[in-house]
Design a protein around this ligand. Structure first.
Ligand code: SAH
Length: 352
């Protein structure tokens, strides 16, 4: 029987697991051990031997039947400008992912990955260059937060799912992750402190809406019309812009939460005055916010970022129509803190 990914279990599932182990191994395991073990896992132990108040005999049983999928730091870059930390984490099976730790006034935030690679194929993104390797388990998602928290020694209060991967393409694990991270006896991070960014998988946006989660939904729009969007994002061939906007409206109606539209500013592609006007018309009257992201140049891609002045002009067209806009402040610019490129470099090194 394969070993169980123990940190992906809810406390009640952990109790059931211990009961099964007790029958299988013919040993007595008290019920309260489940909460002891859960608490050690939340603290971020990487080995059962570290669970000091758990008897050695039970630790041995656990060792034989389960594993702890805590990501290990493989590379760590610290920004000299603002202290942002970028991690390349190694997973249980040797695959690598990236996470970024950022300090904001409203608290420490970690940007986590949801998949090893990505199959969405956005033409400006580094994470998708090698395709999708596999989904992350819930524990590999919570593990990024725990590992960053332990390494920095600072409590993390906010999580953004904007690293490598498409969270809604790994829906079940993402939902379980959100529930785990929210547990009082676990990391205890409230839903309103979590943002999830999606390229726009419409039926999953609606499913999230039906679940009534209070997370902040970010939708990667990047173009004001279907044709331009198809050029940048293959997902736009599957769902039309109308379908996407319908799903977004459904989300805001159901949850009463404002959607944040991500719009990467790419020179000559989506940053013209005409694009700004179209975007204004598309979004006017919607409960939303626009986040303009100066493109982060990826060397394998031909795109360039928009000029500062162009971004300002684009932004004022929206503001004049009373659409709230922010231009993303780039943290960790000296360590290239956007996701996908560190893993890409590492994967290339292995292949070379
Ligand atoms: N799959 C999710 C999360 C991706 S990363 C999604 O598509 O939303 C988070 C954001 O960064 C997305 O808006 C994504 O489109 C954007 N992004 C990816 N590569 C970028 C780049 N090179 N420059 C600027 N933004 C980029």
């Amino acid at each position: 029987m394969p070993k169980t990914d123990i940190s992906s279990l809810f406390p009640n599932e952990l109790e059931d697991f211990l009961r099964e182990l007790s029958e299988k191994e013919g040993v007595k395991i008290e019920k309260f051990r489940a909460s002891q073990i859960f608490s050690w896992l939340t603290k971020g132990v990487s080995d059962f031997s570290e669970m000091k108040n758990v008897p050695a005999s039970l630790r041995e049983v656990l060792e034989r039947n389960a594993y702890i999928a805590l990501p290990k730091i493989k590379t760590k870059l610290v920004s000299k400008i603002d202290g942002t930390v970028k991690y390349l984490f190694e997973l249980y099976d040797g695959e690598c992912i990236e996470s970024v730790f950022m300090r904001y006034e409203h608290g420490n935030t970690v940007c986590i990955s949801s998949q090893v690679g990505c199959r969405m194929g956005c033409t400006f993104c580094a994470s998708t260059l090698g395709g999708l390797k596999r989904n992350l388990t819930p524990s590999e998602m919570t593990g990024q937060i725990i590992a960053a928290q332990n390494d920095t020694g600072e409590k993390i209060s906010n999580v953004v799912m904007m690293g490598i991967g498409e969270p809604l393409d790994n829906f079940e694990n993402t939902i379980k992750f959100l529930e785990l991270v929210n547990l009082k006896e676990g990391l205890n991070i409230g839903m309103r402190h979590i943002s999830l960014s999606t390229c726009g998988i419409c039926e999953k946006i609606k499913e999230l809406a039906d679940m009534g989660t209070q997370i902040t939904l970010s939708v990667s729009l990047h173009a004001p019309d279907g044709e331009k969007r198809k050029k940048l994002m293959p997902i736009a061939k599957k769902y039309s812009l109308d379908e996407l906007m319908d799903a977004c409206r459904y989300y805001t109606e159901k949850t009463k939460r404002r959607i944040s539209f991500e719009y990467s500013m790419i020179k000559g592609e989506n940053d013209t005055r005409e694009c700004a006007e179209k975007l204004k018309n598309l979004l006017s009257g919607m409960l939303c916010h626009v986040n303009l992201i100066p493109l982060n140049r990826v060397k394998e891609r031909a795109y360039e970022k928009s000029e500062r002045q162009t971004i300002e002009e684009f932004s004022s067209v929206l503001e004049r129509a009373h659409i709230t806009v922010t231009v993303r402040r780039k943290l960790g610019s000296d360590i290239n803190a956007s996701c996908g490129q560190l893993r890409r470099e590492h994967t290339k090194d292995i292949k070379a």
